[in-house]
Write a protein that binds this ligand. Structure first.
Ligand code: NAD
Length: 256
């Protein structure tokens, strides 16, 4: 379905981004990976699906590096047809002791980076009259939790950016939508599980159960593979007129 298209997935060396990259690769898209840590493993996983893969190590908190990455994508593949704004970080603390530099980093990586990639990807999409922009927000783009001020602000912000991007391109073949996962057991969430286990002197398994019980009626983690299939749907012709939605996949979290 996506043969001939190129997808840039930010923060795709791990977790949800990698799951989405693999799902798009299964549909035949060429993939540009981005993120830190092991890059060769994820690249090999994508290539094993028979598609082209490239990697750019832009730090998503730095506008100039994001610009370099977009130029790199154009040079390698012509243009970005599918933009997945996924890179994200978390920090958990009450507002009065929230480190200002953590606030700045979260807003830069979770929100401002998507503004930069979107503004740089749109002209070529507009010329081609086709594009898909998918912002990985969160249930925290729809509802709040204590101790996550920067994260919740960034995710509400990206839901707003999603709607504006969708509206400004509403008469074109470019759609923009947000995905709002509940708990997904990635390194980002494992840190929160570890913190809970050590604070309360409980096992990893018990800490996972508590985390789910507080928020997710299904008592199950959403998986990166499931989120990948939702991204594939947004890229399909059936989703041509799905514009500006924030679609939660969250085990019932925000239904409560
Ligand atoms: P993760 O930690 O597994 O992956 C994050 C990715 O972003 C990694 O590839 C990492 O290298 C990359 N990254 C981090 N800082 C970066 C930077 N400055 N520049 C470039 N890349 C950077 O986390 P994840 O859980 O897969 O999170 C992915 C997205 O999904 C985030 O936006 C997160 O907020 C969102 N999300 C996660 C959950 C969850 O439960 N895990 C729930 C809702 C939303």
């Amino acid at each position: 379905m996506l043969k001939g298209k190129t997808a840039l997935v930010t923060g795709s060396t791990s977790g949800i981004g990698l799951g989405i990259a693999l799902a798009l690769a299964r549909q035949g898209a060429s993939i540009v990976l981005n993120g830190f840590g092991d890059t060769e493993g994820p690249k090999a996983q994508v290539e094993a699906l028979g598609v082209k893969a490239a990697y750019h190590g832009a730090d998503m908190s730095k506008a100039a590096e994001i610009g370099d990455m977009m130029t790199f994508c154009a040079a390698q593949f012509g243009r970005v047809d599918i933009l997945i704004n996924n890179a994200g970080i978390q920090h958990v603390a009450p507002i009065e002791s929230f480190p200002p530099e953590r606030w700045d980093a979260i807003i830069a990586i979770n929100l401002t980076s998507a503004f930069h990639t979107t503004r740089l990807a749109l002209p070529a999409m507009q010329q081609a009259n086709w594009g898909r922009i998918i912002n990985v927000a969160s249930t925290h783009g729809l509802v709040a939790s204590a101790q996550k001020s920067a994260y919740v602000a960034s995710k509400h912000g990206i839901v707003g950016l999603t709607k504006v991007t969708a509206l400004e391109n509403a008469t074109t073949g470019i759609t923009c939508n947000a995905i709002c996962p509940g708990w997904v057991l990635t390194p980002l969430v494992q840190k929160q599980v570890d913190a809970r286990a050590s604070e309360q002197g409980i096992s990893n398994e018990e800490a996972q159960k508590q985390l789910l019980a507080e928020k997710e009626p299904s008592l199950q983690f959403t998986t990166a593979a499931e989120l990948g299939e939702l991204a594939v749907f947004f890229c399909s012709p059936a989703a041509n007129n799905v514009r500006g939605v924030a679609w939660n996949m969250d085990g019932g979290w925000v239904a409560q």
